[in-house]
Design a protein. Sequence first.
Length: 217
Amino acid sequence: MHSEIDSYQKMPINPSEICTRAFELMQGKQYDEAEKLLNKMLGRVDDNVAVGLFHSSLGVLYKLKGEPKTAWKHYQRAEKLIPDDPALKIIMARLLIDQFAEYDQAIRKIKKIEDQVKNHPVFYHQVLITTGLAYLGKGQKKKATELLIRAMADDFRGFVSTKNIDFTLTEMLLRRSTAIAECRMFLEKARLFAEVHREPIWAELIDRMLEAFPKET
């Protein structure tokens, strides 16, 4: 690994390439190697976007390692350096929901980008799903259901692939035996999308989800 880091140190830095390599290491659970690579590169750059990308990647790393507080610190640094990046706001809101149960703070953070991403279907879908998760965490099931309905508006028009569809809110509502009919509608729309876009693996996966529903919903 040291030789790989050394080779990067001798080359012009391409932040996207470095982050891609770090994510590959993370996928292989080579967390120490990914951390060394990112920290070495942090010491070589002073461009705000590059530094922000590396801190964001370190946030992902520490989240995977089960260290949410450290992950949060890196996401905060990244957000200060890249304040207009909607993806960071969404990631941080999810962390606030999943790890800290800070639902109101998550809603405030996500609302900052709602208008910014309204013309970007996948980002807007993520905003709606994330906000729904926050309201569900607050016990406001009706509001969460309304957001699920909005998240499937126009049958996911503008999405590139079924992998752009976020099933998390559907799963969490079903765990609470809430909004069964709406969750089924969400899955049926996702199933049709997968069929139209010729993604049989996704279609089969959603079919299995639908098979778990009671016959009379």
